[in-house]
Design a protein around this ligand. Structure first.
Ligand SMILES: Cc1cc2nc3c(=O)[nH]c(=O)nc-3n(C[C@H](O)[C@H](O)[C@H](O)COP(=O)(O)O)c2cc1C
Length: 200
């Protein structure tokens, strides 16, 4: 069975956000072109500083064996173990300069992250799951995909249908079943000055 790990939230939040989590188990099934386009369209409509849209996404669908294995090969081994079953691997890339004047865009990574979470939540709304990874060789990805200097590889995403926990290696099953945790609101929501907790 696939795991359901809703966030134990202090108050009601939207089910899309509550139910999103990063699973290790995926059913090895490709996504359709339409599904992939829907994910990308959701990312496309993210907000960005100056509407500069600094995000780019490199797609490696499961049914394109060459592309899938090329991006898979960039992942850390610990990530390859489970990500190899995803229906789609995606490399997010951030442009670090503004198109309007070539100046550094200090929101390049930030805005690419915003587009990324839109893609992730769209996946969730479509009954898919997504798991982000920083554990990959960015230099290798830069070389393989000929990513220019003023662009920065961001995160890799594994996206697909939720799989059965029982099919994972036993040590990963344990991780898959572990509780989700977060710092408390008091530790991150301030007012007046830094580290002065906001009282709800
Ligand atoms: C930028 C980024 C990099 C991450 N890198 C990895 C990774 O390399 N391997 C992994 O298994 N999970 C990775 N994760 C997933 C996080 O561990 C996960 O989001 C976090 O533990 C919270 O769990 P949740 O997403 O299930 O709420 C990454 C997440 C983000 C946003």
């Amino acid at each position: 069975m696939s795991s359901h790990k809703p966030a134990p939230s202090s108050v009601d939040i939207h089910p899309l956000i509550q139910d999103r989590w990063s699973p290790l188990s995926f059913r090895p099934e490709p996504l359709t072109k339409l599904q992939i386009q829907q994910l990308c369209e959701a990312a496309r409509w993210a907000p960005s500083s100056y509407n500069d849209q600094p995000w780019y996404f490199l797609m490696a669908p499961r049914d394109d064996e060459i592309e899938f294995s090329r991006l898979l090969s960039c992942l850390a081994e610990a990530n390859q173990v489970w990500a190899q079953h995803a229906g789609l691997l995606v490399l997010a890339i951030a442009r670090t300069t503004l198109t309007r004047n070539g100046h550094p865009n200090r929101f390049g990574m930030h805005d690419t992250g915003m587009a990324t979470i839109q893609l992730v939540l769209q996946a969730e709304a479509m009954g898919l799951k997504a798991h982000l990874m920083g554990g990959y060789n960015a230099a290798q990805a830069r070389a393989i995909y000929e990513i220019p200097e003023s662009f920065e590889p961001a995160a890799v995403m594994a996206i697909g249908y939720p799989g059965e926990v029982e099919k994972l290696p036993s040590e990963l099953q344990q991780r898959e079943r572990s509780e989700r945790s977060r710092r408390s609101l008091e530790q991150m929501i301030f007012t007046g000055k830094f580290e002065q907790s906001f009282q709800f």
